[in-house]
Design a protein around this ligand. Structure first.
Ligand code: PMP
Length: 429
């Protein structure tokens, strides 16, 4: 049995000074039970907690660490930079370099503005869409997460498309009322909302690969349908590629599926593990941003040199020939191995994957949207999570999150994961 004494003691101390003991809710293990682990260090695909237990990491900081922990290129660049100052509040060469890579790699992006989180990127994208269209309404999808900005903390109360109600206290009903909720992979649910609100909808915002209800791929025609509808109704199409960007293909989901949005939100990988977000897109819309245009947006640490450097080094490594193919091969083996383990153990579960993000859902039925994701057996997931943790595998502590594979994972890591998953699943019956 692993010992978690230090984590338990740190958590007790944290509870005295931090709400719930964590700085982001999912870290609290609320849906799987137990005490969150306090992590001391990471190297490659592994992390070590404060009690000295070592784990193979499938969280990878929720996506940014596509090269693994403490990659020598990222660490080297940061070490060189930090001696010369960490923030200037003035332009620095590194943001131009990263912006150039983003513009050259992501098909729809003519101009890009860096911010410090995915939440900020989405907030700014909405403001731009509203300024561009002169409209206020937003359509999002049930189970789609775009950060914790007021307008986007709204989910459908039930399976069908409904008027938004806040999914957090403190969000004014008046704000939430501007957000309408459609069903992922259901173009008709979007069209119905657009039709009922002709002239009212500024934007449709979507994770082109849904990853916050667990991983759900867009059905054939879904993204194309959103593109066609938004053009027809004069709304801005926003792809939130905070997870999928640079991950599912060099140019993100828009490259993989060949659908071009008007605006794209980025984060995670482009900061290589330091705090970053970005919004980019069509030149005419992006030129609405201050100081060129009337849409105000700013940030003390925006374009921070350390974050820009970590992002540039990460992208340089990830955009090398063969890198995405390697991620795909590793991830496909993981998917196949887990599917084999599920069949061996004869348990109601399925694996859904796009590129190097996947989810093992404890339901036998295909997951296509939030209602079908919600039918997963969360109690079973909680026991599976702890079974894997005990065997040295660190999974996201929620049924509705993605596992992230990195370039630091090896074939042997994948095989060990499959063996452990088979044992852990066998223990659930
Ligand atoms: N969009 C998506 C698709 C995300 O997955 C997340 C965070 N997981 C965000 C936005 C918010 O990003 P951040 O946590 O950096 O604010």
């Amino acid at each position: 049995m692993q010992k978690h004494d230090r984590s338990e003691s740190l958590f007790a101390q944290a509870l005295e000074v931090i709400p719930g003991g964590v700085d982001s809710p999912v870290r609290a293990y609320g849906s799987v039970g137990g005490t969150p682990l306090f992590i001391a260090r990471g190297q490659g695909a592994h992390i070590v907690d404060t009690d000295g237990n070592r784990y193979l990491d499938y969280v990878c900081s929720w996506g940014p660490l596509v090269l693994g922990h403490a990659h020598h290129r990222v660490v080297g660049a940061l070490r060189d930079l930090v001696m010369n100052g960490t923030s200037f509040g003035a332009p620095s060469p590194l943001e131009v370099a990263l912006a150039r890579t983003v513009v050259d790699t992501v098909p729809s992006i003519d101009l890009v503005r860096f911010v410090s989180s995915g939440t900020e990127a989405n907030m700014t994208a909405l403001r731009l869409a509203r300024a561009h269209t002169g409209r206020d309404g937003i359509i999002k999808f049930a189970g789609g997460y775009h950060g914790h900005t007021d307008a986007l903390l709204v989910e459908a109360g039930s399976g069908s498309a409904t008027l938004g109600v806040p999914s957090s206290a403190g969000v004014p009903a008046a704000f939430a009322g501007l957000t309408l909720v459609a069903q992922y992979n259901d173009v008709d649910s979007v069209e119905a909302l657009l039709q009922a609100n002709r002239e009212g909808i500024a934007a449709v915002i979507v994770e082109p690969v849904a990853a916050n209800m667990g991983v759900v791929a867009p059905a054939p025609g879904f993204l194309e349908g959103l593109r066609e509808l938004t053009l027809r109704y004069g709304a801005v199409l926003i792809f939130d590629e905070v997870i999928s960007g640079f991950r599912v293909a060099p140019g993100g989901a828009q490259e993989l599926y060949g659908v071009t949005p008007d605006l794209t939100c980025l984060g995670k990988i482009i900061g290589g593990g330091l705090p970053v977000g970005a919004v980019g897109g069509r030149r005419d819309i992006m030129e609405l941003l201050a100081p060129l245009g009337p849409v105000y947006q700013a940030g003390t640490l925006s374009g921070n040199p350390l974050a820009m450097a970590a992002g540039s080094e990460t992208l340089a490594e990830l955009l090398r020939p063969g890198a995405h193919e390697k991620l795909e091969t590793l991830s496909a083996h993981l998917e196949e191995g887990l599917a084999w383990a599920i069949a061996e153990v004869k348990i109601a579960a399925r694996v859904q994957r796009v590129g190097s993000v996947l989810t093992l859902f404890f339901t036998g039925d295909e997951v296509t949207n939030f209602p079908s994701a919600s039918r997963s057996d969360r109690e079973r997931f909680g026991r599976f999570f702890h079974g894997m943790l005990e065997r040295g595998f660190y999974l996201p502590p929620s049924q509705f999150e993605a596992w992230f594979v990195s370039l630091a994972h090896t074939q042997a890591d994948i095989e060990a994961t499959v063996d452990a998953a088979r044992e852990a699943m066998a223990g659930l019956a």
